[in-house]
Design a protein around this ligand. Structure first.
Ligand SMILES: NC(=O)c1ccc[n+]([C@@H]2O[C@H](COP(=O)([O-])OP(=O)(O)OC[C@H]3O[C@@H](n4cnc5c(N)ncnc54)[C@H](OP(=O)(O)O)[C@@H]3O)[C@@H](O)[C@H]2O)c1
Length: 272
């Protein structure tokens, strides 16, 4: 199986889940970050740049399936999806899974809309493609919780149903290796509805040390952590934080529970 972005957070988890099933992985890396991929005899790195197309044909050649995800908030996400789907079509690779996002049609977040367009571009080429729509990962807040301070540039009180990344990776491995998912679209959402304030309270209890929840003004984020980003990436993230501030990000966990055959892992599970 070809896994795009294999040196990233999601790609590593998907690679691990495939290896756990005994599946060989062609791990696509960008900028040669081999040391970050999941190390195993079943994993072999290939260089690939989706922005230029260099390495795409060779990476797709001979695989039985492709797991595609775009780099975070990349302006060329639709072109990247098109490039990869065209290559899969040319080379007769019909099992193609695209890692989208929950509520891709939410017009208040431009990077979600690009994922909606990418879904359409892929399906126009590969009708049998499977689309996974995960919400934000619980793991995004795990590290900060372990360090005693969850700092976010949005409200502490809007609701989220964040999902465990390993549950997402488990589903990714299933749909890549099992029959019955051609043409399907699945929302991947956790079962708990928690605000950041509530997540900090649970973390305080589970970890046995105080975990503070802190809302930083958006302007402070823009001139702090956001200042080194490209204007484009910063604008996308500001739009996302405004949406999180207004309404959070909430979905329905039933699809994930059905796919896993068990309850999705909780915030407590991830922390402990
Ligand atoms: N984080 C979340 O909560 C969440 C939730 C739902 C969906 N998603 C989506 O999941 C996807 C992956 O997110 P992530 O958090 O795993 O990101 P990440 O850790 O930043 O990983 C992204 C990967 O993309 C690779 N990459 C960058 N530029 C590339 C290029 N030009 N060609 C090919 N590969 C390139 C990077 O490779 P190198 O390291 O080799 O440069 C990196 O390994 C994104 O599309 C994001 O929107 C994320």
């Amino acid at each position: 199986m070809l896994v795009i972005g294999a040196a990233g957070k999601t790609g590593r988890a998907v690679t691990r889940a495939l290896v756990a099933r005994g599946v060989g992985v062609r791990a696509a890396i960008h900028q040669g970050r081999r040391s970050r991929i999941h190390a195993d005899d079943l994993v072999h790195a290939v260089p690939l740049d989706l922005a230029t197309g260099v390495g795409v044909e060779a990476a797709v050649a001979g695989v039985s399936g492709v797991y595609h995800m775009a780099p975070n908030v990349h302006p060329d996400e639709v072109l990247m999806a098109t490039r990869l789907a065209d290559s899969a079509l040319r080379q007769g690779v019909s099992r193609f899974v695209y890692h989208s996002v929950l509520h891709p049609d939410d017009a208040s977040m431009p990077h979600h809309l690009r994922k909606a367009q990418a879904e359409k571009a892929i399906r126009a080429r590969l009708k049998s493609a499977t689309v996974l729509r995960p919400t934000a990962y619980l793991q995004n807040l795990d590290g900060p919780a372990q360090h005693g301070r969850i700092e976010v540039p949005y409200s502490l009180d809007t609701p989220f149903t964040n999902v465990d990344l390993d549950d997402v990776a488990d589903v990714a491995a299933r749909v890549l290796t099992e029959e019955g998912h051609a043409g399907a679209t699945y929302d991947l959402v956790g079962a708990e509805r928690l605000s950041v304030r509530e997540m900090a309270e649970v973390a305080t209890e589970v970890l046995g040390h105080p975990v503070d929840a802190v809302a930083v003004p958006l302007d402070e984020w823009i001139s702090g952590p956001g200042q080194d980003l490209s204007d484009h990436a910063r604008d996308d993230l500001v739009a996302m934080f405004r949406c999180y501030d207004r309404e959070g990000l909430v979905g329905d966990s039933r699809t994930l529970r059905d796919l896993l055959g068990r309850q999705p892992r909780s915030w407590r599970d991830v922390l402990s």
